[in-house]
Design a protein around this ligand. Structure first.
Ligand code: GTP
Ligand code: MG
Length: 195
């Protein structure tokens, strides 16, 4: 899958800037700092491809990459409180328009921090995806930061949340971009979409 070229295409700040919907697409959504950009880097094996940072709100545009025959899309985080209200509102609006209005969007990976489980903002996005009939799959991130019991609790809570959403895949993928856990699994899932 990612054996072919991976390349940055463009960063988009408004719906009219989206590249032509001429190929299938998957995207990575989730709260600020959950590890979206890091996961894309781990998947593509290119550390600096998507810009990751400890500062929540790092990704401020909808970033399009090509990977094999797909677009892979890195989204700005939602639920980010430390930016001016007007800026947050603009991001949220763009994010929602994109998630609801992209005909080639085959799957949204909703990233959930393994330490925290699904939060109200995650549920909000899942509901929006249900309404738009966009299939999504939950991916737990940063599993290296959490121990057995806490991980089990976060997984159980997330599964309960997923069960309420008709657009959700029931399987939960566990990942650590840091340790490489789940990266092959996720690549395999994406390969089925590309095929
Ligand atoms: P925004 O673009 O701000 O929405 O954030 P993001 O979701 O793209 O998160 P990003 O990939 O920038 O990662 C945020 C921070 O978490 C960085 O400091 C990463 O190094 C760290 N991080 C990401 N994935 C992992 C992981 O699997 N394990 C650990 N320990 N840290 C991680
Ligand atoms: Mg990012």
């Amino acid at each position: 899958l990612f054996a072919g070229q991976t390349d940055f295409v463009k960063g988009v700040v408004a719906m009219d800037g989206l590249p032509p919907a001429d190929r299938l697409e998957v995207c990575f959504a989730g709260r600020s700092n959950v590890g979206k950009s890091s996961l894309i880097n781990a998947l593509t094996g290119r550390k600096g491809l998507a810009r990751a940072s400890n500062t929540p709100g790092r990704t401020q545009e909808i970033n399009f990459f090509t990977a094999g025959d797909l677009y892979v899309v890195d989204l700005p985080g939602y639920g980010f409180a430390n930016a001016p209200v007007a800026v947050v509102a603009k991001w949220q609006a763009l994010l929602k328009s994109y998630l609801q209005g992209r005909p080639t969007l085959r799957r949204v990976f909703v990233l959930i921090d393994a330490r925290h489980g699904a939060k109200a903002v995650d549920e909000e996005i899942m509901t929006l995806l249900d309404r738009s009939a966009v299939t999504f799959q939950a991916v737990m991130t940063k599993t290296d930061k959490v121990k057995g019991d806490a991980l089990d609790a976060a997984m159980a809570a997330t599964r309960t949340a997923l069960a309420r959403h008709p657009a959700a895949y029931p399987e939960l993928i566990l990942t650590s971009s840091e340790k490489g856990e789940g990266i092959e699994t996720l690549r395999a899932v994406i390969a089925t979409i590309e095929a």
